[in-house]
Design a protein around this ligand. Structure first.
Ligand code: GTS
Length: 208
């Protein structure tokens, strides 16, 4: 039995970064895809701590909240910095990724047709914060010399933005390098190229 089971809608959404991280760490993941029809029955929702997915089971530990899941996996697989100082910086950067992801999700689900232009106009102001921070790290990762859960999260979100606007990283060499470097990691490459991964939409409403 694989050690990890994820339950989620059949979208990349908030599970994408988790899947990328588990793949890179050589971990097997069993996925349970829930249809909207099943979800609307309410039984599963009632068992979710905050009434939402993704859910990750690690043996008898059941976790919700995608960022808590990323942190858990970061702790379990050596992707949470070499000491407390690095861990705190990784937390800070991951919170920055979450802020951008929340804006992205709002765009996708609430204002795609009316707000895309304004979103893309403001995007460089957000990306430059990551770019500036990354300029301090020589490793090409956000913090320290090793990949962390925040790198997987940022990478996943940058992939989404490259679909939203292929030129979005053109003026951001550090972020472009992160995408290149992460995409070239063999286990990540294999996941991204797999039919199972490719056929799952990024979001649940067909917008991307
Ligand atoms: N803060 C949560 C997390 O990070 O896991 C948000 C989770 C969330 O918004 N889940 C949505 C959900 O379960 C699905 S998705 O937006 O991630 O695609 N929605 C169903 C519902 O009934 O709220």
């Amino acid at each position: 039995m694989p050690p990890y089971t994820a339950t989620y809608f059949s979208v990349k959404g908030r599970l994408g970064a988790i899947k990328i991280m588990l793949a890179d760490k050589g971990q097997e993941l069993k996925e349970v895809h829930v249809t909207m029809e099943e979800w609307q029955k309410g039984d599963l929702k009632a068992t979710c701590v905050f009434g939402q997915m993704p859910k990750l089971e690690d043996g008898d530990l059941v976790l919700f909240q995608s960022n808590a899941i990323l942190r858990h996996l970061g702790r379990s697989h050596g992707a949470y910095g070499k000491d407390n100082r690095e861990a705190s910086l990784i937390d800070m950067m991951n919170d920055g990724v979450e802020d951008l992801r929340s804006k992205y999700i709002k765009l996708i689900y609430q204002e795609y047709d009316t707000g895309k232009e304004a979103y893309l106009k403001d995007l460089p102001n957000i990306l430059c914060k990551f770019e500036t921070f990354m300029a301090k790290s020589n490793s090409g990762f956000l913090v320290g010399k090793e990949v962390s859960f925040a790198d997987y999260n940022l990478f996943d979100l940058m992939l989404n933005h490259l679909v939203l606007c292929p030129k979005s990283l053109d003026n951001f060499p550090k972020l472009s390098d992160l995408v290149k470097k992460m995409s070239a990691r063999p286990k990540i490459r294999a996941l991204l190229d797999s039919e199972a991964f490719k056929k799952i939409p990024i979001n649940g409403n067909g917008k991307q």
